[in-house]
Design a protein around this ligand. Structure first.
Ligand code: PEP
Length: 254
């Protein structure tokens, strides 16, 4: 049985006081729910900007909210000005890292093989990589969505030798930050196809144990339907993760 994961990608938003207020509000909601004997039946993950990680560490860990980075470098260390290593993320309390988000693929020219290298380094540092894949509007309109996604999954997975959990996130590029969401039928089709690729590459047991998240304009109003869709094991949430009420409403829709 795969436990659902609700992950918040804060992107480049929030100064220290905003981030702390958001994490504290979430921690408060969790505490209340636990005291009432109604904790959410999912794991919670927040991925704040790098500089906020040390500031949020104790609030997140006291509340048992996992923390993740939004990216890491493929190298373990060295002359990479402006970059952050997977080990540095682990060192400030992260247990996850997003890799291959479409904004990284678009803004920084990351290719799937770069994503695989980052995922591999993340595993070596003890982090769980959340590997993001998804098609553009043009690719979907051209009937190529499944081909694109399947090859992104094949090429973005760390080499088979690496061990440790990976999480996949299906995020149609056209659904991110647009208010548009894929239909449940399309999401089920894509998630099923991703699980099949995982089974081909890693075997059935691993494919069945791997969480596949959906991301792209998830909000309280559509969370229950998306989270109830076949093969959906959680959500990667951007905009709605910046409001504690909305993120909490998504988490409690699990
Ligand atoms: C994201 O950036 O990962 C995302 C899903 O954003 P949003 O929820 O705002 O569409």
């Amino acid at each position: 049985m795969r436990r659902k994961l609700i992950a918040g990608n804060w992107k480049m938003n929030g100064l220290s006081r905003d981030g702390l207020a958001l994490a504290e509000a979430l921690a408060g909601k969790l505490e209340e729910a636990r005291l009432a004997g109604t904790p959410p039946s999912c794991d919670l993950l927040i991925c704040p900007p790098f500089v906020l990680l040390p500031i949020l560490r104790s609030t997140a860990s006291d509340a048992e909210i996992a923390m993740g980075g939004q990216d890491c470098h493929a190298a373990e260390s060295g002359a990479h000005t402006g970059d952050t290593s997977a080990a540095m993320l682990a060192d400030v309390g992260c247990s996850f890292v997003l890799v291959g988000h479409s904004e990284r693929r678009q803004d920084h020219g990351e290719r799937s093989k770069d994503v695989a290298a980052k995922a591999s380094t993340a595993l070596s540092a003890g982090l769980t990589p959340v590997i993001c894949v998804g098609e553009t509007r043009e690719e979907r309109d051209a009937g190529r969505a499944l081909d694109v996604i399947e090859s992104q999954v094949r090429d973005s997975l760390p080499s088979a030798g690496g061990s440790g959990e990976v999480v996949l996130a299906y995020e149609p590029v056209w659904a991110i930050g647009t208010g548009l969401t894929a239909t449940s039928a399309d999401v089920a089709e894509v998630h099923g196809a991703i699980r099949k690729v995982l089974a081909d590459l890693r075997g059935d047991a691993t494919a069945q144990a791997t969480r596949i998240l959906y991301g792209g304009s998830v909000k309280p109003a559509n969370a229950a339907e998306l989270l109830g869709t076949a093969d959906v094991d959680g959500a990667l949430v951007g905009g709605a993760s910046l409001k504690a009420e909305d993120f909490w409403a998504i988490a409690t829709a699990c």
